[in-house]
Design a protein around this ligand. Structure first.
Ligand code: PLP
Length: 470
Protein backbone atom coordinates (compact mmCIF):
# COMPACT_ATOMS: atom_id res chain seq x y z
CA UNK A 1 0.00 0.00 0.00
CA UNK A 2 1.40 3.40 -0.95
CA UNK A 3 2.30 5.51 2.05
CA UNK A 4 -0.34 8.22 1.96
CA UNK A 5 -3.74 7.40 3.37
CA UNK A 6 -6.76 9.26 2.05
CA UNK A 7 -7.82 12.38 3.88
CA UNK A 8 -11.54 11.66 3.68
CA UNK A 9 -14.32 10.62 1.37
CA UNK A 10 -16.93 12.95 -0.09
CA UNK A 11 -20.25 11.95 -1.58
CA UNK A 12 -20.32 13.44 -5.07
CA UNK A 13 -23.12 12.79 -7.50
CA UNK A 14 -24.09 9.93 -5.18
CA UNK A 15 -20.70 8.27 -5.54
CA UNK A 16 -17.79 8.09 -3.16
CA UNK A 17 -14.98 10.44 -4.13
CA UNK A 18 -11.79 9.80 -2.17
CA UNK A 19 -9.87 12.95 -1.29
CA UNK A 20 -6.09 12.92 -0.83
CA UNK A 21 -3.93 15.66 0.64
CA UNK A 22 -1.94 15.95 -2.59
CA UNK A 23 -2.36 14.91 -6.14
CA UNK A 24 -1.68 11.22 -6.70
CA UNK A 25 -1.22 9.37 -9.93
CA UNK A 26 -3.91 6.96 -11.16
CA UNK A 27 -1.30 4.20 -11.09
CA UNK A 28 -0.63 4.78 -7.38
CA UNK A 29 -4.32 4.61 -6.64
CA UNK A 30 -4.73 1.56 -8.85
CA UNK A 31 -1.93 -0.21 -6.97
CA UNK A 32 -3.61 0.50 -3.64
CA UNK A 33 -6.94 -0.77 -4.86
CA UNK A 34 -5.35 -3.86 -6.45
CA UNK A 35 -3.53 -4.69 -3.20
CA UNK A 36 -6.72 -4.39 -1.19
CA UNK A 37 -8.64 -6.48 -3.66
CA UNK A 38 -5.96 -9.16 -3.89
CA UNK A 39 -5.85 -9.37 -0.10
CA UNK A 40 -9.56 -10.03 -0.14
CA UNK A 41 -9.43 -12.58 -2.94
CA UNK A 42 -11.24 -10.23 -5.28
CA UNK A 43 -9.86 -10.25 -8.82
CA UNK A 44 -12.62 -8.32 -10.62
CA UNK A 45 -11.46 -5.62 -13.06
CA UNK A 46 -11.79 -1.99 -12.02
CA UNK A 47 -11.17 1.54 -13.19
CA UNK A 48 -9.75 4.49 -11.32
CA UNK A 49 -10.95 7.94 -12.27
CA UNK A 50 -8.79 11.00 -11.68
CA UNK A 51 -11.25 13.86 -11.16
CA UNK A 52 -8.37 16.33 -11.15
CA UNK A 53 -7.51 15.34 -14.70
CA UNK A 54 -10.99 16.34 -15.87
CA UNK A 55 -10.50 19.71 -14.19
CA UNK A 56 -7.09 20.11 -15.82
CA UNK A 57 -8.62 19.36 -19.22
CA UNK A 58 -11.28 22.01 -18.62
CA UNK A 59 -8.61 24.54 -17.66
CA UNK A 60 -6.70 23.67 -20.83
CA UNK A 61 -9.83 24.03 -22.95
CA UNK A 62 -10.63 27.45 -21.50
CA UNK A 63 -7.01 28.59 -21.87
CA UNK A 64 -6.60 27.51 -25.48
CA UNK A 65 -10.13 27.92 -26.83
CA UNK A 66 -11.46 30.84 -24.79
CA UNK A 67 -14.16 31.71 -27.34
CA UNK A 68 -15.58 28.18 -27.52
CA UNK A 69 -18.17 26.93 -25.01
CA UNK A 70 -17.76 23.18 -24.45
CA UNK A 71 -20.92 21.08 -24.80
CA UNK A 72 -19.69 17.67 -23.64
CA UNK A 73 -20.73 14.78 -25.94
CA UNK A 74 -22.59 12.49 -23.53
CA UNK A 75 -22.25 9.47 -25.83
CA UNK A 76 -18.52 9.37 -25.12
CA UNK A 77 -18.96 8.36 -21.49
CA UNK A 78 -22.03 9.14 -19.41
CA UNK A 79 -20.40 8.31 -16.10
CA UNK A 80 -22.34 10.30 -13.47
CA UNK A 81 -19.27 11.64 -11.69
CA UNK A 82 -17.63 12.76 -14.93
CA UNK A 83 -20.86 14.46 -16.01
CA UNK A 84 -21.27 16.22 -12.67
CA UNK A 85 -17.65 17.39 -12.77
CA UNK A 86 -18.21 18.90 -16.19
CA UNK A 87 -21.53 20.46 -15.20
CA UNK A 88 -19.99 21.99 -12.08
CA UNK A 89 -17.38 23.60 -14.30
CA UNK A 90 -20.05 25.16 -16.50
CA UNK A 91 -20.13 22.75 -19.45
CA UNK A 92 -23.19 22.33 -21.63
CA UNK A 93 -24.09 18.93 -23.10
CA UNK A 94 -24.45 17.37 -26.54
CA UNK A 95 -27.19 14.73 -26.44
CA UNK A 96 -28.21 12.30 -29.14
CA UNK A 97 -31.37 10.78 -27.69
CA UNK A 98 -34.20 11.09 -25.18
CA UNK A 99 -32.24 9.02 -22.68
CA UNK A 100 -29.27 11.37 -22.78
CA UNK A 101 -31.48 14.47 -22.53
CA UNK A 102 -33.23 12.93 -19.53
CA UNK A 103 -29.95 12.13 -17.80
CA UNK A 104 -28.96 15.80 -17.97
CA UNK A 105 -32.30 17.26 -16.95
CA UNK A 106 -33.26 14.71 -14.29
CA UNK A 107 -29.95 15.16 -12.51
CA UNK A 108 -30.07 18.94 -12.86
CA UNK A 109 -26.76 18.94 -14.73
CA UNK A 110 -27.73 21.78 -17.04
CA UNK A 111 -30.81 23.77 -18.06
CA UNK A 112 -32.39 23.00 -21.47
CA UNK A 113 -30.68 25.95 -23.12
CA UNK A 114 -27.32 24.34 -22.38
CA UNK A 115 -28.26 21.18 -24.25
CA UNK A 116 -27.86 20.66 -27.97
CA UNK A 117 -29.73 17.72 -29.46
CA UNK A 118 -26.94 17.00 -31.94
CA UNK A 119 -28.32 14.05 -33.83
CA UNK A 120 -29.31 15.02 -37.38
CA UNK A 121 -31.73 12.06 -37.66
CA UNK A 122 -34.23 12.09 -34.81
CA UNK A 123 -37.29 9.97 -34.09
CA UNK A 124 -40.62 11.80 -33.89
CA UNK A 125 -41.09 10.70 -30.30
CA UNK A 126 -37.80 12.21 -29.26
CA UNK A 127 -38.46 15.45 -31.12
CA UNK A 128 -41.76 15.76 -29.20
CA UNK A 129 -39.92 14.98 -25.98
CA UNK A 130 -37.34 17.68 -26.72
CA UNK A 131 -40.18 20.15 -27.32
CA UNK A 132 -41.80 19.23 -23.97
CA UNK A 133 -38.44 19.69 -22.21
CA UNK A 134 -37.73 22.97 -24.04
CA UNK A 135 -34.58 21.60 -25.58
CA UNK A 136 -34.65 23.76 -28.68
CA UNK A 137 -31.21 23.58 -30.29
CA UNK A 138 -31.00 20.64 -32.66
CA UNK A 139 -29.11 19.70 -35.80
CA UNK A 140 -30.37 18.62 -39.25
CA UNK A 141 -28.85 17.74 -42.59
CA UNK A 142 -31.83 16.96 -44.86
CA UNK A 143 -35.21 18.38 -45.77
CA UNK A 144 -37.30 15.56 -44.25
CA UNK A 145 -35.99 16.50 -40.83
CA UNK A 146 -37.28 20.05 -41.32
CA UNK A 147 -40.79 18.75 -41.99
CA UNK A 148 -40.71 16.55 -38.88
CA UNK A 149 -39.47 19.39 -36.73
CA UNK A 150 -42.03 21.83 -38.11
CA UNK A 151 -44.80 19.40 -37.08
CA UNK A 152 -43.50 18.36 -33.69
CA UNK A 153 -41.29 21.16 -32.39
CA UNK A 154 -42.29 24.51 -33.88
CA UNK A 155 -39.95 26.41 -31.53
CA UNK A 156 -36.86 24.44 -32.52
CA UNK A 157 -33.73 26.35 -33.35
CA UNK A 158 -32.17 24.36 -36.12
CA UNK A 159 -28.46 24.07 -36.79
CA UNK A 160 -27.43 22.85 -40.23
CA UNK A 161 -24.77 20.14 -40.12
CA UNK A 162 -22.37 20.26 -43.02
CA UNK A 163 -19.97 17.49 -44.02
CA UNK A 164 -16.32 18.45 -43.84
CA UNK A 165 -14.01 15.60 -43.08
CA UNK A 166 -10.51 14.78 -42.00
CA UNK A 167 -10.24 11.50 -43.90
CA UNK A 168 -7.39 10.43 -41.61
CA UNK A 169 -9.51 10.73 -38.44
CA UNK A 170 -9.74 7.72 -36.11
CA UNK A 171 -13.50 7.56 -36.75
CA UNK A 172 -14.67 9.53 -39.79
CA UNK A 173 -18.33 10.55 -39.33
CA UNK A 174 -19.18 12.28 -42.55
CA UNK A 175 -19.92 9.04 -44.36
CA UNK A 176 -23.08 9.06 -42.22
CA UNK A 177 -23.99 12.68 -41.45
CA UNK A 178 -23.70 16.18 -42.85
CA UNK A 179 -24.84 17.75 -46.10
CA UNK A 180 -22.59 18.94 -48.85
CA UNK A 181 -21.73 22.53 -47.83
CA UNK A 182 -21.64 23.90 -51.38
CA UNK A 183 -24.60 22.26 -53.13
CA UNK A 184 -27.04 21.02 -50.49
CA UNK A 185 -26.30 23.55 -47.71
CA UNK A 186 -27.69 26.63 -49.48
CA UNK A 187 -30.73 24.66 -50.72
CA UNK A 188 -31.52 23.48 -47.19
CA UNK A 189 -31.27 27.00 -45.77
CA UNK A 190 -33.70 28.14 -48.46
CA UNK A 191 -36.06 25.22 -47.80
CA UNK A 192 -36.11 26.04 -44.09
CA UNK A 193 -36.91 29.70 -44.82
CA UNK A 194 -39.72 28.57 -47.10
CA UNK A 195 -41.13 26.33 -44.35
CA UNK A 196 -40.68 29.06 -41.70
CA UNK A 197 -38.40 26.80 -39.66
CA UNK A 198 -35.77 28.85 -37.80
CA UNK A 199 -32.17 28.04 -38.61
CA UNK A 200 -29.77 29.63 -36.13
CA UNK A 201 -26.40 28.22 -37.08
CA UNK A 202 -24.02 25.79 -38.70
CA UNK A 203 -22.35 22.70 -37.24
CA UNK A 204 -19.87 20.10 -38.41
CA UNK A 205 -17.83 17.22 -37.05
CA UNK A 206 -14.48 16.67 -38.77
CA UNK A 207 -14.25 13.13 -37.40
CA UNK A 208 -13.58 11.72 -33.96
CA UNK A 209 -9.89 11.53 -33.21
CA UNK A 210 -8.95 14.19 -35.77
CA UNK A 211 -5.39 14.03 -37.09
CA UNK A 212 -5.48 16.91 -39.56
CA UNK A 213 -6.64 20.20 -38.01
CA UNK A 214 -6.90 22.00 -41.34
CA UNK A 215 -10.34 20.35 -41.67
CA UNK A 216 -11.60 22.74 -38.94
CA UNK A 217 -10.41 25.78 -40.91
CA UNK A 218 -12.07 24.54 -44.10
CA UNK A 219 -15.33 23.90 -42.24
CA UNK A 220 -15.28 27.30 -40.53
CA UNK A 221 -14.79 28.92 -43.94
CA UNK A 222 -17.86 27.11 -45.31
CA UNK A 223 -19.79 28.12 -42.20
CA UNK A 224 -19.01 31.80 -42.85
CA UNK A 225 -20.53 31.63 -46.34
CA UNK A 226 -23.58 29.81 -45.06
CA UNK A 227 -24.00 32.30 -42.21
CA UNK A 228 -24.10 35.13 -44.74
CA UNK A 229 -26.52 33.27 -46.96
CA UNK A 230 -28.72 32.32 -43.98
CA UNK A 231 -28.85 35.93 -42.79
CA UNK A 232 -29.84 37.09 -46.27
CA UNK A 233 -32.69 34.52 -46.27
CA UNK A 234 -34.05 35.92 -43.00
CA UNK A 235 -32.57 33.38 -40.57
CA UNK A 236 -30.91 34.77 -37.44
CA UNK A 237 -27.55 33.02 -37.71
CA UNK A 238 -25.90 33.15 -34.27
CA UNK A 239 -24.44 29.71 -33.45
CA UNK A 240 -21.30 28.13 -34.82
CA UNK A 241 -20.86 24.57 -33.58
CA UNK A 242 -17.37 23.12 -34.10
CA UNK A 243 -18.38 19.55 -33.14
CA UNK A 244 -15.85 17.13 -31.63
CA UNK A 245 -12.60 15.56 -32.74
CA UNK A 246 -10.14 16.87 -30.12
CA UNK A 247 -7.62 14.31 -28.82
CA UNK A 248 -7.97 12.87 -25.32
CA UNK A 249 -4.20 12.99 -24.87
CA UNK A 250 -1.34 14.08 -27.11
CA UNK A 251 -0.45 11.52 -29.79
CA UNK A 252 2.43 11.42 -32.23
CA UNK A 253 0.06 12.75 -34.91
CA UNK A 254 -1.74 15.54 -33.12
CA UNK A 255 -2.00 17.64 -29.97
CA UNK A 256 -4.83 19.79 -28.66
CA UNK A 257 -2.75 23.01 -28.90
CA UNK A 258 -2.25 22.34 -32.64
CA UNK A 259 -5.99 21.99 -33.20
CA UNK A 260 -6.75 25.02 -31.02
CA UNK A 261 -4.23 27.11 -32.99
CA UNK A 262 -5.94 26.30 -36.29
CA UNK A 263 -9.43 26.93 -34.88
CA UNK A 264 -8.47 30.27 -33.33
CA UNK A 265 -6.85 31.39 -36.58
CA UNK A 266 -9.95 30.47 -38.58
CA UNK A 267 -12.29 32.11 -36.06
CA UNK A 268 -10.24 35.33 -36.24
CA UNK A 269 -10.40 35.24 -40.02
CA UNK A 270 -14.03 34.27 -40.57
CA UNK A 271 -15.80 35.15 -37.31
CA UNK A 272 -13.78 37.99 -35.73
CA UNK A 273 -15.05 39.07 -32.35
CA UNK A 274 -15.56 42.60 -33.54
CA UNK A 275 -17.21 43.64 -36.76
CA UNK A 276 -19.95 41.01 -36.90
CA UNK A 277 -23.05 40.42 -34.86
CA UNK A 278 -22.20 38.38 -31.82
CA UNK A 279 -21.75 34.72 -32.71
CA UNK A 280 -21.89 32.10 -30.00
CA UNK A 281 -19.22 29.49 -30.72
CA UNK A 282 -19.70 26.06 -29.16
CA UNK A 283 -17.86 22.73 -29.45
CA UNK A 284 -18.89 19.16 -28.68
CA UNK A 285 -15.77 17.58 -27.16
CA UNK A 286 -16.10 13.99 -26.03
CA UNK A 287 -12.80 12.12 -25.74
CA UNK A 288 -10.97 15.35 -24.83
CA UNK A 289 -12.58 15.25 -21.37
CA UNK A 290 -13.15 11.55 -20.86
CA UNK A 291 -10.17 9.64 -22.17
CA UNK A 292 -7.20 10.29 -19.91
CA UNK A 293 -9.12 10.52 -16.63
CA UNK A 294 -9.87 6.78 -16.55
CA UNK A 295 -7.34 3.98 -16.10
CA UNK A 296 -8.57 0.41 -16.47
CA UNK A 297 -7.03 -2.42 -14.47
CA UNK A 298 -7.67 -6.01 -15.50
CA UNK A 299 -6.64 -9.26 -13.89
CA UNK A 300 -4.98 -12.27 -15.52
CA UNK A 301 -7.54 -14.95 -14.78
CA UNK A 302 -5.79 -17.72 -16.71
CA UNK A 303 -2.77 -18.32 -18.91
CA UNK A 304 -1.83 -20.99 -21.43
CA UNK A 305 1.65 -21.78 -22.71
CA UNK A 306 1.67 -22.26 -26.50
CA UNK A 307 4.32 -22.43 -29.21
CA UNK A 308 5.03 -18.78 -30.01
CA UNK A 309 4.31 -19.57 -33.66
CA UNK A 310 0.62 -19.88 -32.78
CA UNK A 311 0.75 -16.18 -31.86
CA UNK A 312 3.18 -14.85 -34.44
CA UNK A 313 1.99 -17.10 -37.30
CA UNK A 314 5.67 -17.59 -38.04
CA UNK A 315 6.92 -21.19 -38.09
CA UNK A 316 10.42 -20.06 -36.99
CA UNK A 317 8.90 -19.38 -33.56
CA UNK A 318 7.61 -22.96 -33.19
CA UNK A 319 10.24 -23.90 -30.65
CA UNK A 320 9.93 -20.86 -28.37
CA UNK A 321 7.31 -20.38 -25.71
CA UNK A 322 4.50 -17.95 -26.13
CA UNK A 323 1.65 -17.22 -23.73
CA UNK A 324 -2.05 -16.63 -24.12
CA UNK A 325 -3.33 -14.56 -21.22
CA UNK A 326 -7.03 -14.40 -20.42
CA UNK A 327 -8.13 -11.13 -18.80
CA UNK A 328 -11.42 -10.37 -17.09
CA UNK A 329 -12.48 -7.51 -19.35
CA UNK A 330 -12.70 -7.79 -23.12
CA UNK A 331 -14.25 -6.53 -26.33
CA UNK A 332 -17.77 -7.09 -25.00
CA UNK A 333 -16.84 -4.82 -22.09
CA UNK A 334 -14.45 -1.85 -21.96
CA UNK A 335 -12.45 -3.04 -24.95
CA UNK A 336 -15.43 -2.56 -27.25
CA UNK A 337 -13.38 0.53 -28.19
CA UNK A 338 -11.26 -1.80 -30.34
CA UNK A 339 -14.26 -2.51 -32.55
CA UNK A 340 -16.28 0.69 -32.31
CA UNK A 341 -13.60 3.34 -31.79
CA UNK A 342 -10.80 1.79 -33.86
CA UNK A 343 -8.68 2.05 -30.77
CA UNK A 344 -5.56 0.00 -30.05
CA UNK A 345 -5.12 0.06 -26.27
CA UNK A 346 -1.81 -1.09 -24.85
CA UNK A 347 -1.54 -2.62 -21.41
CA UNK A 348 1.38 -3.09 -19.06
CA UNK A 349 1.85 -4.92 -15.77
CA UNK A 350 0.49 -2.70 -12.98
CA UNK A 351 3.33 -3.64 -10.64
CA UNK A 352 6.52 -2.87 -12.54
CA UNK A 353 9.58 -5.10 -12.52
CA UNK A 354 12.99 -4.53 -14.12
CA UNK A 355 12.27 -7.19 -16.76
CA UNK A 356 9.28 -5.17 -18.04
CA UNK A 357 11.64 -3.25 -20.29
CA UNK A 358 14.26 -5.96 -20.79
CA UNK A 359 13.54 -7.31 -24.28
CA UNK A 360 15.49 -10.50 -23.65
CA UNK A 361 13.09 -11.44 -20.85
CA UNK A 362 9.93 -10.83 -22.80
CA UNK A 363 7.93 -13.42 -24.71
CA UNK A 364 5.28 -13.31 -27.39
CA UNK A 365 1.86 -12.95 -25.87
CA UNK A 366 -1.76 -12.73 -26.97
CA UNK A 367 -4.38 -11.11 -24.70
CA UNK A 368 -7.94 -12.38 -24.64
CA UNK A 369 -11.14 -11.24 -22.96
CA UNK A 370 -13.08 -13.48 -20.56
CA UNK A 371 -16.05 -14.54 -22.70
CA UNK A 372 -16.37 -17.77 -24.65
CA UNK A 373 -16.30 -15.93 -27.98
CA UNK A 374 -13.25 -16.21 -30.25
CA UNK A 375 -13.81 -12.62 -31.35
CA UNK A 376 -13.04 -11.52 -27.81
CA UNK A 377 -9.38 -10.77 -28.41
CA UNK A 378 -7.73 -7.62 -27.02
CA UNK A 379 -4.23 -7.93 -28.50
CA UNK A 380 -3.32 -10.55 -31.07
CA UNK A 381 0.44 -10.23 -30.62
CA UNK A 382 2.68 -8.27 -28.26
CA UNK A 383 5.88 -8.63 -26.27
CA UNK A 384 5.42 -8.93 -22.51
CA UNK A 385 7.31 -10.20 -19.54
CA UNK A 386 5.87 -13.42 -18.19
CA UNK A 387 2.68 -12.83 -16.26
CA UNK A 388 1.04 -15.12 -13.75
CA UNK A 389 -2.55 -15.85 -12.95
CA UNK A 390 -3.65 -13.15 -10.51
CA UNK A 391 -1.37 -10.42 -11.94
CA UNK A 392 -2.89 -7.02 -12.67
CA UNK A 393 -2.57 -5.29 -16.05
CA UNK A 394 -3.09 -1.50 -16.36
CA UNK A 395 -4.49 0.36 -19.38
CA UNK A 396 -4.21 4.16 -19.64
CA UNK A 397 -6.60 6.52 -21.40
CA UNK A 398 -9.60 4.21 -21.15
CA UNK A 399 -12.38 6.76 -20.52
CA UNK A 400 -13.61 7.48 -24.04
CA UNK A 401 -16.00 5.17 -25.88
CA UNK A 402 -15.26 2.31 -23.48
CA UNK A 403 -17.67 1.84 -20.54
CA UNK A 404 -20.40 3.73 -22.44
CA UNK A 405 -20.91 0.89 -24.92
CA UNK A 406 -19.69 -2.02 -22.77
CA UNK A 407 -22.11 -4.89 -22.16
CA UNK A 408 -22.40 -7.64 -19.59
CA UNK A 409 -22.42 -10.32 -22.29
CA UNK A 410 -21.78 -13.82 -20.98
CA UNK A 411 -22.40 -12.57 -17.45
CA UNK A 412 -19.21 -10.53 -16.97
CA UNK A 413 -19.91 -7.34 -15.03
CA UNK A 414 -18.59 -3.93 -16.02
CA UNK A 415 -15.59 -2.73 -14.00
CA UNK A 416 -16.32 -0.88 -10.81
CA UNK A 417 -15.00 2.70 -10.81
CA UNK A 418 -13.01 4.28 -7.96
CA UNK A 419 -12.97 8.08 -8.01
CA UNK A 420 -10.27 10.22 -6.45
CA UNK A 421 -9.21 13.85 -6.22
CA UNK A 422 -6.62 16.00 -4.40
CA UNK A 423 -7.92 18.22 -1.63
CA UNK A 424 -6.87 21.42 -3.40
CA UNK A 425 -8.78 20.39 -6.51
CA UNK A 426 -11.79 19.42 -4.44
CA UNK A 427 -11.85 22.87 -2.83
CA UNK A 428 -11.52 24.52 -6.26
CA UNK A 429 -14.34 22.38 -7.59
CA UNK A 430 -16.59 23.34 -4.73
CA UNK A 431 -15.88 27.00 -5.32
CA UNK A 432 -16.56 26.71 -9.05
CA UNK A 433 -19.76 24.79 -8.63
CA UNK A 434 -21.15 27.09 -5.95
CA UNK A 435 -20.35 30.20 -7.94
CA UNK A 436 -21.65 28.86 -11.26
CA UNK A 437 -25.27 29.76 -12.00
CA UNK A 438 -26.17 26.08 -12.18
CA UNK A 439 -24.26 25.10 -9.05
CA UNK A 440 -26.30 22.97 -6.70
CA UNK A 441 -24.90 22.91 -3.23
CA UNK A 442 -27.11 20.11 -1.98
CA UNK A 443 -25.67 17.80 -4.60
CA UNK A 444 -22.22 18.27 -3.14
CA UNK A 445 -22.26 17.42 0.50
CA UNK A 446 -19.80 15.79 2.80
CA UNK A 447 -20.32 12.25 3.91
CA UNK A 448 -20.25 11.64 7.64
CA UNK A 449 -16.80 12.18 9.05
CA UNK A 450 -16.77 8.59 10.24
CA UNK A 451 -15.29 7.79 6.86
CA UNK A 452 -12.15 9.67 7.82
CA UNK A 453 -8.70 8.39 6.91
CA UNK A 454 -7.64 4.99 8.19
CA UNK A 455 -10.79 3.92 9.94
CA UNK A 456 -12.45 2.95 6.68
CA UNK A 457 -9.30 1.60 5.12
CA UNK A 458 -9.95 -2.05 5.78
CA UNK A 459 -13.65 -1.94 5.20
CA UNK A 460 -13.29 -0.64 1.70
CA UNK A 461 -15.20 -3.42 0.04
CA UNK A 462 -18.63 -4.68 0.78
CA UNK A 463 -19.50 -1.25 2.08
CA UNK A 464 -22.93 0.09 1.26
CA UNK A 465 -21.31 2.17 -1.45
CA UNK A 466 -20.29 -0.26 -4.09
CA UNK A 467 -17.54 1.98 -5.35
CA UNK A 468 -16.14 3.02 -2.03
CA UNK A 469 -12.37 2.96 -2.16
CA UNK A 470 -11.20 3.30 1.39
N1 PLP B 1 -20.62 15.42 -31.53
C1 PLP B 1 -21.18 14.45 -32.28
C2 PLP B 1 -22.40 14.79 -33.06
C3 PLP B 1 -20.62 13.16 -32.32
O1 PLP B 1 -21.20 12.21 -33.07
C4 PLP B 1 -19.47 12.89 -31.54
C5 PLP B 1 -18.83 11.57 -31.55
O2 PLP B 1 -19.13 10.69 -32.29
C6 PLP B 1 -18.94 13.93 -30.74
C7 PLP B 1 -19.51 15.17 -30.78
C8 PLP B 1 -17.73 13.73 -29.88
O3 PLP B 1 -16.60 13.55 -30.64
P1 PLP B 1 -15.16 13.45 -29.97
O4 PLP B 1 -15.22 12.42 -28.91
O5 PLP B 1 -14.28 13.11 -31.10
O6 PLP B 1 -14.83 14.80 -29.41
Amino acid sequence: IASELPLRTELYSNHALTVFTDHRSPVDIAKDVACLKSAQGDDLPFMVMDAGRVMAQMAEWRRLLPRVEPFYAVKCNNDPVLMRLLADQGAGFDCASKGEIDQILEHGLAPPEKIIYANPCKTRNYIKHAARCQVNMMTFDCEDELHKVKSFHPHAQMILRIAVSDPTAQCPLNIKFGCDPIQAGPALLAAAAELSVDVVGISFHVGSGCNDPTAYAVAIGHARRLFDLGDSLGHQMTILDLGGGYPGHPTENITFPQIAGVINGALDEYFPEVGYNAVRVIGEPGRFFASAAFTLVTNVIAKTKVPASRITQNEHDATTDGFMYYLNDGVYGSFNCILYDHNRPTGRPLFERPEDTDASRQTWAALWGPTCDGLDQITSKCRLRRLNEGDWVAWDNMGAYTCAAGSEFNGFPRPNIYYFIADKEWQALREQSLSSPDGQEDEIRSVASSFSSCSGFDSAFGDEYDNFVY
